[in-house]
Design a binder for this molecule. Structure first.
Ligand code: AMP
Ligand code: GLY
Length: 421
């Protein structure tokens, strides 16, 4: 079967890499893909109609969509209308990520454990609510804001500022509606599950590091590294998530008549072994995917196809016991301003010990790979325990050089601390 991956980041690179190891896959296309992808035909089409026609003409048996934006814009609706198999929710169901208030209403209606919240379209009412509740408190722009629309406010002033900046248009249309939410503390983890309309199947757990600097300090980013499994996700937590979250999501989608044949990313805050949902994403996480897929030992294409065809119950996922670690190399200054266009070296040396270098923000210029994005590479390795996976990833990282490269030195520190207990 030929497959098409929509997107060009580290997550999509990991998916294309996994497809290339899959005996059911004869050819991998990516739109637009990236210069690090090997044995992948990259195509430069963004228009959904055109892409669907390309998929039809080239006999593509399965399309998988990486990022949330095309899902929220309705790529699944266009492919489905042409009778093409595509992995993901349609536009209406993608609102679970595209609108925080839609997601909160859904969670409340279907008894999914989450933080208490209220939604406002009027600035004065939002400010009054914060005055009443006090801090810490969390302010969220309703729409997609590339991970930047969430303000975790430690003081009332920060929360008030956050609301004002939403209504002043800092997040564009995404911010004229805000969700204000109870602050939850605990440890975060992500659980991915495939949904086929009738049931769900969880994948291996993982955890990312959202803050820019060591010790989980500094500004929030798209994710500076990840590891899998996440020891905070015990069997009991997994069971609770299945029963209280995933079963209720499936029921809710059915009752609302929403079409969803894809992956759901459950962002959790876990305290004393009790999980609450922070958010749903309607796609794989980045960089969590890099570590989760490095541990998948069964066919990804078959699992996705079965999901689209509503026969998820036939899928037998096989996971390696070996943990995996991904260290993100970013451009110096990220998530703020950074310089682009520096030549990167050391790719082959980095992969000598079995690590894989996934590209996220690179371009090919005059035969050289240069940095063009904030998050540039995701260096990922597997080991017999988390310590070995981390050491292998950092050994590979040490071979890669470019001016002003920046990365965290402590990815997976919590998992290693647990190992030492
Ligand atoms: P979200 O996009 O909703 O997951 O929010 C982004 C990040 O903000 C999360 O990964 C958490 O680190 C943090 N966050 C979101 N909601 C809360 C909450 N209710 N309490 C504490 N932290 C939160
Ligand atoms: N790493 C978090 C995300 O993909 O949203």
């Amino acid at each position: 079967m030929k497959v098409l991956v929509v997107g060009g980041g580290g997550r999509e690179h990991a998916i294309a890499w996994r497809f290339n190891k899959d005996e059911n896959v004869s050819k991998v296309y990516a739109a637009p893909g990236n210069p690090g992808m090997k044995n992948v035909e990259c195509i430069d089409i963004t228009d959904f109609e055109e892409l669907a026609n390309f998929a039809k003409e080239n006999d593509i048996g399965l399309t998988m969509v990486g990022p949330e934006v095309p899902l929220c814009e309705g790529i699944v609706d266009v492919f489905k209308a042409k009778g093409l198999k595509i992995f993901g929710p349609d536009k209406a169901a993608a609102q679970l990520e595209g609108s925080k208030s839609f997601c909160k209403d859904f969670m409340v209606k279907y008894d999914i454990p989450t933080a208490e919240s209220a939604t406002f379209t009027n600035e004065a009412d939002a400010l009054a609510y914060i005055e009443e509740k006090g801090a810490p408190i969390v302010v969220k722009a309703d729409g997609l804001a590339a991970g930047k629309g969430v303000i975790v406010a430690e003081t009332k002033e920060q929360a008030l500022e956050g609301v004002k900046s939403c209504f002043e248009g800092s997040f564009g249309d995404a911010g004229y509606k805000v969700v204000i939410e109870e602050f939850l503390d605990g440890e975060e983890a992500s659980i991915f599950a495939f949904l086929d309309g009738k049931s769900s199947a969880t994948l291996a757990s993982s955890q990312d590091h959202k803050r820019a600097y060591d010790g989980d300090l500094g500004p929030n980013t798209g994710g500076m590294g990840s590891y899998s499994p996440a020891p905070v996700v015990t069997d009991e937590v997994m069971e609770m998530v299945q029963k209280e979250v995933l079963d209720n999501v499936t029921r809710g989608l059915q009752e609302e008549g929403l079409y969803y044949r894809g992956i759901i990313f459950v962002g959790l805050m876990i305290k004393n072994g009790v999980p609450k949902v922070l958010e749903f994403n309607v796609r794989f996480g980045d960089p969590e995917t890099q570590t989760v897929l490095m541990r998948l030992d069964s066919s990804l294409s078959e699992a996705m196809l079965a999901t689209v065809e509503g026969r998820l119950d036939e899928v037998d996922f096989k996971w390696s016991e070996d943990p995996a670690c991904c260290v993100v190399l970013a451009s110096g200054g990220y998530p703020g301003k950074y310089a682009k266009g520096h030549t990167i070296t050391g790719f082959d040396e980095a992969e000598e010990n079995g690590a894989v270098v996934f590209h996220a923000g690179t371009s090919l210029v005059d035969g050289n790979i240069v940095n063009t994005g904030g998050r540039v590479l995701g260096v990922t390795a597997r080991g017999k325990d988390i310590k070995e996976a981390v050491d292998k990833a950092y050994e590979a990282v040490s071979k890669i050089k470019w001016q002003d490269v920046m990365y965290r030195k402590d990815i997976a520190y919590r998992a290693i601390e647990r190992l030492n207990k």
